[in-house]
Design a protein around this ligand. Sequence first.
Ligand code: SF4
Length: 370
Amino acid sequence: MDRRGMEDFFAGLGEKRFRAHQIMKWVYHRHVTDFDEMTDLGKALRAKLKGHAEIVPPKVIFEKPSIDGTHKWLLGMDGANAIEAVFIPDKGRGTLCVSSQVGCGLNCQFCSTATQGFNRNLSVAEIIGQVWVAARHLGNVPHRERKLTNVVMMGMGEPLLNFDNVVTAMSIMRDDLGFGLANKRVTLSTAGLVPMIDRLGEESDVSLAVSLHAPTDELRTELVPLNKKYPIAELMESCVRYVRRKPRSSITFEYTMMKGVNDQPQQARALARLMHAFDNAAQMKDAAKVNLIPFNPFPGTRFERSEELDIRAFQKILLDEGVLTMVRRTRGDDIDAACGQLKGQVVDRTRRQADFKKKLQGEGNPDVAA
Ligand code: SF4
């Protein structure tokens, strides 16, 4: 529950609404989940709460630290399904990559999650529970010892297909009684669900990242099949509407670099033209930021990571054209926690996982059990 939901819950019990604030502080600031340890609540209220509610963090099935400081958790969401969350420390900040669904219903061709198919949306509790597990592990104390400074909804799943739960969870992340993160430090990443980008613009002030990966419809439809439904022109128009709602000032366009697929100089120039057109339509300088992500391979993929020299040349063309362009350092690839590598345990409701396994067996991949 977010703050309002929790206040309503206490009102429904015939209790004062401010009790919600006490509980949120215990849970999110002190990482306490046992009502008996909440010493500023009277004994009678604690007993009443135990009869009506429970606070259950996700079960940590395993956790893995990387040599570069990245930390990955596999979290049980129910008896059968599990998802992954990843913490990435960097200079002066700590970013948690959070999942929104068990698997993913979209089928981006360069994404490991996609090969697992889809089971279901995560609940608000299952989304915010990922932040809670990481915050407790880090000893994060909002407003005092802030080790978790940013959240990106870039883990497993398309967050805009789980809109209500994701928006509620993001409001807890930004609430002072929750994790107290600034609006711009919570980022939602989408493959480009145009109508939902508009709805997000109306209902939330978080930062937006768009998985673009190609400058033309022909290539993007091949890499991100959702592009067939919402082609680049429509997507960019919705991005313009989003960025023009104050107080936003930019959108990050994610571009995974795959060798010989989308890393050629003419594609860099086409991308620069697209970004200029976006800045012009938004009537804002530097409204578009480009994040180049070296592709992270996974078993069975047909793609390869672009050469370092090609990535730098691609970046230089964009920079020379005046487009703000970063290259994302690959983090956590020794523990399969890098971008596009997240893989939980998905009881697939689609045929995708079985089809992918069949394909790998056909290719004689020894890692795949029959
Ligand atoms: S890249 Fe994101 S939207 Fe695309 S299949 Fe992977 S998890 Fe889903």
